[in-house]
Design a protein around this ligand. Structure first.
Ligand code: NAD
Length: 311
């Protein structure tokens, strides 16, 4: 039932994800507020639309890949949004792959079922929403190797699996609405804290006279081994092919990490969770952005926070 896929948000990630759907043979229509992004698709002969509402009119499934919660809310419930009153609600499935807070994902999912009740269009299938944020950056989006963590009705998840597999390698079903978004921000929170921990320990080691390569060897054959030590080491020269060995260029930008930590901190506050590391990590990454390192990879915390070399 889903040959026609609408895609909204053709930025660093969405552009590549939409291209993989085209390669997989789906009939795509796209929208973005940036006309250059649209032109790249119209030049390829792909249908482009001026508003989310118009995307809804021609799509069975709509995928959104937008910067943050406010943009997602706008695209769904704003003027000319997907859910604009009077829309026939043709899409039976809406998938939001943006990284946003679980509360917004849940609210939107609820709004969609409410909307449907009001419209009473007698569809055979009631439209549903999945929150399906991704892990893996631009390179994984390009290669079609993203991981999708998915919240929402399980039948919808199963039906959407072929779509996810056109853009990614792994999918994990996380439970009801909002659980995909919760999984994403918790994953990035743990990643930030492990990066801070490894950076702090390697830096202290240096101050105590052990060089970072030797200490990394110890970590990687001991209990401190983790992704931040053995795959994405933050110390220049310890590993090849990682951002720390190319002036912290490329990779996962500090400003995106700060954004995700803000989501984690806001969510922790909302549920009254005791999260001291979350607030500390949020502060460190916010400071890094304010100091002008927002476009550098997030492992630059080693150079700019711990080793004090502000180059
Ligand atoms: P981006 O800023 O490059 O792209 C966002 C796109 O959305 C832009 O093209 C923008 O013009 C468009 N847009 C903004 N508001 C819009 C609106 N109202 N209507 C239509 N289009 C609109 O962002 P990105 O790097 O592609 O990331 C998208 C999402 O994926 C974010 O939530 C981000 O946190 C998450 N994410 C990013 C990465 C990464 O490495 N870049 C990795 C995992 C997850």
């Amino acid at each position: 039932p889903f040959q026609n896929v609408g895609f909204i948000g053709l930025g660093n990630m969405g552009f590549r994800m939409a291209n993989n759907l085209i390669k997989a043979g789906y009939k795509i229509a796209v929208h973005d507020i940036n006309s250059n992004a649209l032109k790249a698709f119209s030049d390829m002969g792909i249908v482009t639309k001026e508003t989310p509402f118009e995307i809804g009119e021609v799509s069975d499934v709509v995928i959104t890949m937008l910067p943050s919660s406010s943009h997602v809310t706008d695209v769904y419930t704003g003027p000319n949004g997907l859910l604009q009153s009077g829309n026939v609600l043709r899409p039976w499935l809406m998938i939001d792959s943006s990284t946003i807070d679980p509360q917004t994902s849940r609210k939107l999912s609820f709004t969609i079922s409410e909307c449907m009740l009001k419209e009473k269009k007698g569809h055979q299938e009631t439209p549903v929403m999945l929150d399906a944020p991704v892990s893996g950056g631009v390179l994984a989006a390009e290669a079609g190797t993203l991981t999708f963590m998915v919240g929402g009705p399980e039948e919808a998840y199963l039906a959407a699996k072929p779509l996810f597999h056109s853009m990614g390698k792994n999918t994990v079903y996380c439970g009801g609405a909002g659980n995909g978004s919760a999984a994403k921000i918790c994953n990035n929170l743990a990643m930030a804290i492990s990066m801070l921990g490894v950076s702090e320990a390697l830096s202290l080691g240096q101050s105590l006279g052990i060089d970072a390569s030797t200490l990394t060897k110890v970590f990687n054959s001991s209990s401190a081994r983790c992704w931040s030590s053995d795959t994405y080491n933050p110390v220049p020269g310890v590993m090849e092919g990682v951002p720390s060995s190319r002036n912290y260029d490329g990779g996962f930008a500090t400003k995106l990490m700060a954004k995700d930590l803000n989501l984690a901190a806001t969510s922790a506050k909302e549920v009254g969770h005791n999260s001291p590391f979350t607030y500390q990590a949020q502060q460190i990454y916010t400071d890094l952005c304010q100091d002008g390192h927002e476009t550098k990879d997030f492992s630059c915390v080693f150079r700019h926070y711990y080793s004090g070399k502000d180059e």
